[in-house]
Design a protein around this ligand. Structure first.
Ligand SMILES: Cc1cc2nc3c(=O)[nH]c(=O)nc-3n(C[C@H](O)[C@H](O)[C@H](O)COP(=O)(O)OP(=O)(O)OC[C@H]3O[C@@H](n4cnc5c(N)ncnc54)[C@H](O)[C@@H]3O)c2cc1C
Length: 309
């Protein structure tokens, strides 16, 4: 059961740091350092929202009313390694920075995470979104997940109880699970070879994506076609949202400070002075143009807080 026994500091009108670099504030914000403090947050607001690294997030200009909780401190920011005959298990708190963990795992000669190079994320955010790309996805190395349900109950799930699909993880019957810790099962590997592989993965990302701009990565999910698109692909194929956006004539489209990236059409980039409203307006226009051109409705990959779509 939720408990109020642990005091928790609640900050008012606190900024929500996202990679877009714009958007509103959290009416209430907390940074619990352990499970007890997180339970105290749940007692205040069971609908609280978990902020990871803010790399897949847009907060509406009007802000967010639910309690926003960051897990980037205390127990949630620690990680440990246990050796196994074939490599090791890293148990990381949800708030651990994924790119840093990838580097550390590589130094220790533990392979598997390097395929996620260049993806900004907290460990929790990467697991919940099943972040990944051409080289692999987060679920590939997940061994177990620990979390709290919205009524404060601890849950431990093995890999085979978690359904990892395209940019999504389903934690058995525990909808809305707050991921607190993750175990990654990694293989023994040569640290130099891992470093080289990580460089290759990151070089590919830099070549194909506007990583220096403010964005949230791919804005829309790659759709699976419901019907044939002559000259493009047959029904049932998963195709690139960026390709459709480009072919619909949206590349470099702009509203206010928000623009479709000329480098990768599925990246919406936020220039100086951009508002969340600019990004939302551009999102609607792009979606409408793609629907008109191809009868395909693009679904958001980016999570939006505080806005009516
Ligand atoms: C430059 C750039 C490049 C990117 N490239 C890629 C890519 O190649 N592949 C890819 O998949 N993504 C990519 N992304 C998107 C982003 O990196 C991923 O979606 C990542 O998993 C987001 O993690 P986060 O910690 O930032 O989550 P946030 O953006 O903070 O949150 C995302 C969602 O996860 C939830 N969440 C976060 N932590 C927890 C938790 N502990 N428990 C429960 N829910 C939680 C949040 O509530 C929210 O709903 C990119 C983003 C940027 C800015």
């Amino acid at each position: 059961m939720p408990t109020m026994s642990v005091p928790i500091e609640i900050l008012s009108n606190h900024p929500v740091q996202t990679w877009f670099g714009c958007g509103g504030t959290a009416a209430r914000f907390a940074r619990p350092a352990n499970a007890e403090a997180l339970r105290a947050c749940l007692a205040i607001d069971p609908n609280l929202r978990i902020l990871g690294d803010g790399a897949n997030l847009l907060v509406a200009d009007g802000g967010v009313q639910e309690l926003v909780v960051s897990l980037n401190s205390g127990d949630f920011a620690q990680w440990t390694v246990t050796s196994t005959p074939t490599g090791g298990i890293i148990r990381a708190g949800a708030g651990v920075n994924l790119p840093k963990l990838i580097l550390e795992a590589g130094r220790l000669g533990l392979g598997g995470l390097e395929s996620l190079g260049g993806i900004p994320a907290s460990v929790g955010g990467a697991v919940v979104m099943n972040a990944g790309g051409n080289f692999g996805q987060t679920g590939d190395t997940v061994h177990a997940v620990e979390g709290l349900t919205r009524d404060g109950q601890p849950v431990s799930l093995r890999r085979n109880q978690i359904d990892f699909t395209y940019r999504h993880a389903r934690f058995a019957e525990h909808k809305g699970l707050i991921v607190t810790h993750v175990e990654f099962k990694l293989r023994k590997a040569d640290p130099d070879a891992l470093r080289e592989r990580l460089k290759e993965v990151m070089a590919y990302k830099k070549k194909t994506q506007p990583l220096a701009d403010h964005s949230a990565g791919c804005f829309f999910k790659n759709p699976t076609l419901r019907e044939d698109l002559p000259g493009i692909a047959v029904a049932g194929s998963k195709i690139s949202a960026g390709m459709l956006i480009d072919k619909a004539g949206c590349k470099s489209m702009r509203i206010g400070g928000a623009a479709v990236s000329p480098q990768h059409a599925n990246f919406v980039i936020a220039d100086k002075g951009c508002t969340a409203a600019d990004i939302l307006a551009l999102m609607r226009q792009v979606r409408e143009k793609v629907r008109a051109a191809f009868n395909v409705t693009l679904e958001n990959e980016v999570v939006i807080w505080g806005a009516s779509l």
